[in-house]
Ligand binder design. Structure first.
Ligand SMILES: Cc1cc2nc3c(=O)[nH]c(=O)nc-3n(C[C@H](O)[C@H](O)[C@H](O)COP(=O)(O)OP(=O)(O)OC[C@H]3O[C@@H](n4cnc5c(N)ncnc54)[C@H](O)[C@@H]3O)c2cc1C
Length: 489
């Protein structure tokens, strides 16, 4: 009864991709174990926008993924060659991304998304968030062009439907506890279900059960002081179980264990995200304004790059500020450009007719310093450079201790707005070392027989920062490989 070809731990995007690929490649008895109940299904994948970053060479490639996509002179989908994806990955990770893994991720991204679409995932262009209207043409920017229709909820529902159709069994309320291991070989897993420990034997085990972002103790241990106070943007179940299990049997830890994806997030959001509001706690339209801390000082270059390439690292900056909070300041000129999450009722927001009144309304801020910072910023804006939100326009400030590099506009048109933010952690970067077959490696860098990994739990791909939309792609690419390789055993 309890003997399987492949057992997969977790039931998010990486795990379900692995399960489908194992099935495609001949595994018959596949079991997916999920710690959460069916109500809390889908892991972090369910909280996403469903946006996948992948390489494509223009409209014809996108049409393969969305056969009904229409070409038009008023839409420019652009292109995003593998070399650009790789360049972006290298850029945001300061060149630290693992050579092999990054090559695999980028070069296999298109074929993997196409595979998912052929399995039944429905994609659509990300209108608005990833496109701008320029001279009557809707231009897509930043290499992140498609998302799953219905976003994370639909992504998980669709993957579960396809998995069911493929007769792949998922056991909910079943937490993997430890690996059954002897002589560098994994032969199964011990699980906890309804308070009882049970042994499940398998030729291969794929760990696809996320990082440690929802474990405050591990966060503080690996990310550092203050991280226990971060708000968790996704599931409460990713507590590092798979990492600890693998490390216990001698797996090699790899990658940026002190790093994570973390964003500006509503300061009054709950400790763990609420699916109804989910991504809307995020506040990432900062390129159009400035961010100040309680000392009234700016602490990031809000215009350093397109928000796709800075949003995942700025959460780490806000956690270093007094009380781990910041205030994003905007004026009327740019208010219409803020993402819809700024309109949610629960947003921590202050609005006023003058800057003096705005700052007066913000509790706990150094009011004199805050006003001085905004005035100095306004005086430093290079209005001689043309403002253009569709490109890195170079419209900067000059002479400030911390300059803004692009999209600098004076904050001078009432009404004025301030949004209170803190750090929202998305997922952790540290993980396990795997080879090209997604086999987990031991400390001698030899494969632990029968043990594979996919998704957030793989280390070495992301360091310091992250190109938006790469997490789902990474889960799908390495999940597909892990499924294939484990089935081949
Ligand atoms: C709010 C938000 C928005 C995001 N938006 C995007 C986006 O649009 N595009 C993008 O690419 N990325 C996005 N991400 C990142 C993305 O969610 C992750 O990179 C990706 O979903 C990770 O997939 P995964 O399968 O590795 O992990 P998960 O989807 O988190 O799945 C892990 C599963 O393992 C289960 N589990 C944990 N421990 C155990 C155990 N001991 N036993 C059994 N099961 C266990 C968990 O319950 C969970 O279901 C977003 C993340 C968040 C939080």
């Amino acid at each position: 009864m309890n003997y399987y070809d492949v057992v997969i731990v977790g039931a998010g995007n990486a795990a379900l991709s692995a399960a489908l690929s194992a099935k495609d490649n001949g595994a018959e008895k596949i079991l997916v174990l999920e710690k959460a109940s069916i109500k809390d299904k889908g892991g972090n994948s369910r909280y996403t926008n469903g946006a996948y970053r992948f390489a494509y060479n223009g409209f014809a490639d996108l049409k393969k993924i969305i056969p009904s996509l229409k070409n038009s002179n008023s839409i420019d989908y652009g292109k995003y060659p593998v070399s650009n994806f790789l360049k972006d990955l290298k850029k945001v990770t300061n060149g630290k991304t693992d050579k092999n893994l990054s090559k695999m991720l980028t070069s296999k991204s298109f074929e993997t998304i196409l595979w998912l679409s052929k399995k039944g995932l429905k994609f659509k262009p990300i209108v608005g968030r990833q496109s701008f209207l320029v001279n009557g043409i809707m231009k897509y920017w930043g290499g992140l062009t498609l998302e799953v229709s219905g976003q994370g909820e639909k992504l998980v529902d669709s993957l579960l439907k396809i998995t069911k159709k493929n007769k792949i069994n998922i056991q909910y309320n079943t937490a993997a506890k430890s690996l059954i291991y002897k002589n560098n070989k994994v032969t199964g897993i011990n699980v906890l279900k309804k308070g009882k420990v049970k042994k499940i034997f398998s030729k291969s085990v794929i760990l696809a059960c996320g990082g440690f972002e929802a474990n405050p103790k591990m966060r503080t241990k690996y990310l550092g002081r203050g991280w226990e106070k971060a708000k968790v943007r996704g599931t409460k179940y990713n507590t590092g179980d798979g990492l600890n299990m693998a490390l216990k049997v001698g797996a090699s830890a790899f990658g940026n264990w002190s790093g994570c994806h973390a964003v500006f997030h509503d300061m009054n959001g709950p400790e763990f995200s609420d699916l109804k509001v989910s991504n809307k706690y995020r506040k990432i339209s900062y390129p159009w304004g400035i961010v100040i801390n309680n000392n009234g000082e700016r602490f990031v270059d809000e215009g350093e790059d397109f928000r796709n390439f800075t949003y995942a690292k700025f959460g780490r900056e806000v956690i270093k500020q007094p009380n781990q909070i910041g205030w994003q300041i905007f004026d009327h000129k740019v208010r219409h450009m803020l993402y819809p999450e700024y309109d949610v009722k629960s947003a921590t927001k202050v609005k006023a007719k003058s800057l003096e009144e705005l700052i007066k309304k913000i509790d706990g801020i150094n009011k004199n310093k805050a006003l001085k910072t905004i005035r100095e910023y306004n005086n430093a804006v290079r209005e001689d450079i043309k403002y253009d939100p569709t490109i890195k326009d170079g419209r900067c400030t000059k002479g400030l201790k911390l300059n803004k590099s692009n999209w600098a506009n004076k904050i001078d048109k009432a009404p004025f707005y301030a949004y209170g933010v803190t750090c929202g952690i998305t997922f952790t970067f540290g993980g396990l070392k795997v080879n090209n077959k997604c086999q987990v490696l031991n400390k001698k860098l030899k494969p632990i027989k029968g043990l594979y990994a996919a998704g957030e739990i793989i280390g070495g791909i992301f360091y310091f920062n992250y190109p938006g939309g790469s997490g789902l792609t990474s889960g799908a690419v390495f999940g597909k490989i892990a499924g294939h390789q484990s089935a081949s055993r």
